[in-house]
Ligand binder design. Structure first.
Ligand code: DGJ
Length: 340
């Protein structure tokens, strides 16, 4: 009787299971995706649906925590096309509400952000003094491929936008492609950017209003690295980067420093587990400090699908701080309980 029941149960699993294909074309039959549309864990590499049932379209993104809500800003992609910056909101980091476009390209062909431009890796900070939300992103001008290599700034009175484009430039005359922002505990903000055809990684302290770089702008290292993501733990700064291989994944590297302007020391590749040497087939974009918890950080990366960028998947993994240096280990399924 027990045996018969077991056979019946095993036979019914393929019908119960909701089959998900990740963009490595591996099929993962996970039963717990079934009925409930409330999400209660992270499943790196799988489709991640928003409140409208659509795969979240916020690539190369970053997150701002503001007054009890997380805001996820990222590239809106239509196939390969760059369609602006999307924003999503969440209270729990699992379930995201689509808040629409925070910044949209414009029809005016004379504008720096005219349709056909490329907006990548948007990051947003809130400036307490000016009470503005300030967005920085990597901008490429329409019809120029990746030659313009500019940083761009937009501001808004609300976290969800709409953001107003302010200007675009090469910081202190330097090329600027992949980028991140970092807000230190003292309220000073920094722009970290790939420069000189991505050979250099530089950091510039921002003006008090966060709208422009100051002259305090320094080379971190010249190792041909991009996709910078910084976090601060135990009074030290940690920087995760990728190599420069277009949309293809490569090996990540972790650097540590006592001071944001360096010197930065390499701690090697922090990734562990299957496909660790290719950053789990993904590329760093941001490290998120989890609000209300001490020493809880989430590594965020993009598993790019260059044939259909909007279908690119998200790899979010907890950063383990128990060892001598931070490690990021692959997990198929995890929840914030790992930080308890
Ligand atoms: C790698 C960068 O990290 C991405 O943001 C994007 O610019 C691609 N290169 C384009 O090939």
């Amino acid at each position: 009787m027990v045996k018969q029941g077991l056979i019946l149960l095993i036979a019914s699993i393929p019908f119960l299971a909701h089959s998900i294909r990740n963009n490595n074309n591996e099929t993962d039959n996970s039963i717990d995706v079934l009925a409930d549309d409330e999400i209660s864990s992270f499943k790196p590499g799988e489709l991640w649906l928003d409140n409208n049932g659509e795969h979240i379209n916020a690539h190369g993104g970053g997150i701002l925590y503001d007054k009890g809500t997380y805001y996820w800003y990222g590239e809106k992609r239509g196939g390969r096309r760059s369609e602006g910056v999307n924003v999503y909101s969440s209270k729990d980091l699992y379930n995201w509400k689509a808040e629409g476009l925070a910044l949209v390209p414009v029809q005016d062909t004379l504008s720096d952000i005219s349709w056909g431009c490329i907006m990548e890796r948007p990051k947003v900070l809130y400036n307490k003094e000016t009470q503005k939300y300030v967005m920085w992103f990597h901008l490429e001008l329409r019809g120029q491929g990746y030659d313009a290599a500019r940083a761009a700034v937009a501001t808004s009175d609300n976290a969800t936008g709409p953001f107003k484009f302010i200007n675009s430039f090469r910081p202190n005359g330097n090329m600027s492609r992949d980028m991140g922002l970092f807000l230190d505990d003292d309220g000073i903000a920094y722009h970290i950017y790939a420069s000189d055809e991505n050979y250099d990684l530089r950091i510039a302290k921002l003006s008090d209003d966060f709208l422009s770089p100051t002259k305090e702008d320094k080379l971190l290292f010249r190792n041909h690295r991009e996709a910078p993501a910084i976090f601060k733990y135990n009074k030290k700064y940690y920087l995760i980067t990728s190599g420069c291989t277009g949309w293809d994944a490569n090996q990540a590297e972790l650097h540590v420093a006592d001071n944001l302007f360096g010197p930065w020391k390499s701690l090697g590749d922090p990734m562990r587990g299957e496909n660790a040497k290719r950053t789990f087939n993904a590329q760093s974009t941001f490290v998120l400090p989890v609000a209300g918890r001490t020493d809880a950080f989430i590594f965020m990366a993009d598993r790019w699908n260059p044939k259909d960028l909007k279908d690119s998947r998200y790899i979010w993994l907890p950063i383990s701080l128990e060892q001598q240096s931070p490690l990021i280990e692959w997990k198929n399924n995890w929840s914030l309980d790992v930080f308890n």
